[in-house]
Ligand binder design. Structure first.
Ligand code: IMP
Ligand code: MG
Length: 181
């Protein structure tokens, strides 16, 4: 695929990290019943790998959210396209996200889920771009900090494509017409 630039995180490294995160989650939630909340659509790949590295009883639910506007930046206005099926009050909830950029999406989601009174609420994200953060966000389980590049693969898309790449790759800036910001 000519629009795909260099590999930033190879598949093997992702698998190692996901295993490590799964082990930590297994330890931290031992004796508790965990509900993983995957944020569609990007998180479906990491969630499906992560859940198989968790060795305690757990359930899965999904939310789909979208920031208004197109392109490669988040507008900060978040719309819930699909809500949870489960009632999360009194449950131990772990949000699983593919990437945190400005942090606006998760900051909104966190507030909105906290209002439903879960027993606990934490965040697991495979990737984070600290240089672009606009709100403070406590991420308990983080895979990799990456530079300010637009990345695709392993669930992450540009205009709906490239989610199927096994590695996390940099998208060539000419594809979306300039820098990631
Ligand atoms: P935030 O609200 O700015 O943190 O945006 C997070 C969302 O933006 C993620 O869930 C992704 O859907 C999307 N996003 C941010 N950076 C990238 C990227 O480099 N590649 C693909 N999607 C991204
Ligand atoms: Mg997303």
């Amino acid at each position: 695929m000519p629009e795909i630039g260099p590999v930033l995180v190879p598949a093997g490294e992702i698998q190692r990290k996901v295993r490590e995160l799964g082990e930590r989650i297994t330890r931290d939630y031992a004796g508790q019943n965990l509900l993983l909340v995957g944020i569609l659509r990007g998180a479906f790949v990491v969630l499906s790998d992560l859940i198989r590295q968790i060795e305690i009883p757990c359930e899965v639910d999904f939310m789909e959210v979208s920031s208004y506007g197109a392109g490669t930046t988040s507008s900060g206005v978040v719309r819930i396209l699909k809500d949870l099926e489960e009632d999360i009050s009194g449950r131990h909830v772990l949000i699983v996200e593919d990437i945190i950029d400005t942090g606006l999406t998760l900051s909104y989601l966190r507030r909105s889920l906290l209002a439903r009174k879960p027993a606990s609420l934490e965040i697991c994200a495979l990737l984070s771009k600290p240089a672009r953060r606009r709100v403070e966000l406590d991420v308990k389980y983080l895979g990799f900090e990456i530079p300010d590049e637009f990345v695709v693969g392993y669930g992450l898309d540009y205009a709906g494509c490239y989610r199927n790449l096994p590695d996390i790759c940099i998208l060539k800036p000419e594809v979306f017409g300039g820098a990631a910001s």
